[in-house]
Write a protein that binds this ligand. Structure first.
Ligand code: NOJ
Ligand code: CA
Length: 501
């Protein structure tokens, strides 16, 4: 679709506190990020998504916003956002911010000045559970009433039935879009509207995704209400009034793929992109991954475009979660993310094959249990990390930018070459997806007729045919340029991109 830059883009998630520190206080910030734009341009990404940068008491590290229209002093100031947007644009990179519309910080002035913006009950009205554990209702001693919090008690949920709340957020969206922000990642985009009668959620059943079953609850009234689609449609209109249209990338955390796909509306009137969490929750195993992709292809409405991720600041890093630290497997996972049909979003550090860090109990800062801090540790820039006393301990610095940038065989070079290949071969970024038959353990697909991608995630060598062409990129690099004359053989934990002839 013309003008939809993000369809052919590679996005890159920056967790601001852990990316790069511009003033040496141990906390990553906007200046640090601006200083690293050269690296991001070299890597070849097209857009950055920044986790929340607003003032916040940081109970949930920025996801408890106390002022949506300014910048957390630890991270910089409004002028730094302007400079970031401007300097990124000069390098062909767009900037997406994180919109947190489901809840505010309890310290947001609205909570006292506009209590009617929130969801209240005189007594605990239902069985709703907070995602971080315990009941979702908390007694407010000042008013003697209970307020709703789907996450921490310090994150009261807004009442999206309120027209004032809707207008406030229209203003917030416009404020940032007017400053040149390219779009928003929308936090818990599936949760905004609550059941008007506050009816109970349902028990999970055998039909639910294993993750939902493990939680024991199917959130049909505290989240996932159909009325939320109306808000997404309104935002779509607002975002489309800009040139270029601003992007809405939803964290619609829904694991049932057809239900998740509904957040795209007709395909052009709700979200532009939504993270595909069904893939995140699969194992790195051919059958499971193939099934998610097939179901995604079958469920997306005409024109809709998915966003593939393997890591983020909640789910953990793919090199640990999918690959148990095995870098050859991590390379397969990265090759997959960058060659499926859709927009890939890398989490900073993915490109190095970085694993989750270790955070000793006395240094844990996360409100959730188990703590998500291991996947939020600072980006290793050099062999000694390149940080002075960072806010979270540095993970393994043997995986660092400096070493990998100068090594043509590194994971970083593979990722950069894959991103460049997407530019060179349009089929790789927007060609149709078609499965290619493979023996068990392997998974292969054609993109638009010109490219075949094949992965061997099993334990035995496999042969896939017919494939005719030249290996353009291989995960272990020593097969780059090899001709394939019908039969493609792959060792375990090996993946290739073949340019077909
Ligand atoms: C999803 C965010 O990614 C996560 O970090 C946060 O804790 C919750 N939403 C609540 O805002
Ligand atoms: Ca800093």
């Amino acid at each position: 679709m013309t003008g939809s830059w993000w369809r052919e883009a590679v996005l890159y998630q920056v967790y601001p506190r852990s990316f790069a520190d511009g003033n040496g206080d141990g906390i990553g910030d906007l200046r640090g990020l601006i200083d690293r734009l050269e690296y991001l341009e070299w890597l070849g990404i097209d857009g950055i998504w920044l986790n929340p940068i607003h003032p916040s008491p940081d109970v949930d590290w920025g996801y408890d916003v106390s002022d949506y229209l300014s910048v957390h002093p630890d991270l910089g100031a409004l002028e730094d956002v302007d400079r970031l947007v401007h300097e990124a644009a000069e390098r062909g990179i767009r900037v997406l911010l994180d919109l947190v519309p489901n809840h505010t910080s309890i310290r947001h002035p609205w909570f006292r000045e506009h209590p009617e913006y929130y969801v209240w009950a005189d007594r605990v009205p239902n069985n709703w559970r907070a995602v971080f554990g315990g009941p979702a209702w908390e007694l407010d001693s000042a008013s003697g009433r209970y307020y709703l919090h789907n996450f921490a008690p310090e994150q009261p949920d807004l009442d999206w039935w309120s027209p004032e709340v809707r207008s406030e957020f229209d203003r917030i969206l416009r404020f940032w879009f007017d400053r040149g922000v390219a779009g928003f990642r929308i936090d818990v985009a599936h949760a905004l509207v609550k059941d008007r009668e506050l009816r109970d959620d349902l028990p999970a059943t055998e039909e639910d995704h294993p993750h939902t079953r493990a939680e024991g609850i199917r959130r049909v009234n505290s989240m996932n209400r159909p009325e939320t689609h109306e808000i997404l449609r309104e935002w779509r209109v607002l975002a489309d009034a800009y040139a270029p249209p601003r992007v809405l990338l939803g964290e619609a955390y829904v694991l049932d793929v057809p239900a998740w796909a509904r957040y795209y509306g007709t395909g052009s009137d709700e979200l532009d992109l939504a993270f595909n969490f069904a893939l995140v929750h699969s194992q790195l195993e051919a059958e499971q991954l193939r099934a998610v992709v097939a179901e995604t292809e079958a469920s997306l409405p005409e024109g809709a475009w998915t966003c593939w991720i393997g890591s983020n600041h909640d789910a953990g890093r793919l090199a640990t979660r999918w690959c148990a630290g095995d870098e050859t497997l991590a390379r397969c996972a990265l090759l997959m993310l960058l060659t499926l049909r859709g927009t890939p979003c890398l989490y900073h550090g993915d490109e190095l094959g970085l694993t989750d860090g270790e955070v000793p109990p006395e240094r844990v800062l996360d409100v959730a249990e188990p703590s998500r801090d291991p996947c939020r540790t600072p980006m290793p820039w050099t062999r000694d990390g390149g940080w002075t006393e960072p806010w979270l301990p540095l993970a393994d610095t043997t995986h660092n930018v400096e070493d990998q940038r100068s090594d043509g065989d590194s994971t970083l070079s593979l990722v950069r070459d894959l991103i460049a290949a997407r530019r060179r071969l349009p089929d790789l970024s927007h060609g149709a997806y078609e499965e290619v038959p493979t023996p068990p353990g392997a998974w292969a697909w054609r993109r638009g007729g010109g490219v075949v991608v094949a992965l061997n995630l099993g334990e035995r060598r496999v042969e896939i045919e017919p494939v005719i062409g030249t290996i353009m990129l291989s995960t272990d690099r020593n097969r780059d340029g090899e001709p394939v004359a019908g039969r493609l053989s792959l060792d375990p934990a090996q993946g290739v991109v073949v340019e077909c002839s």
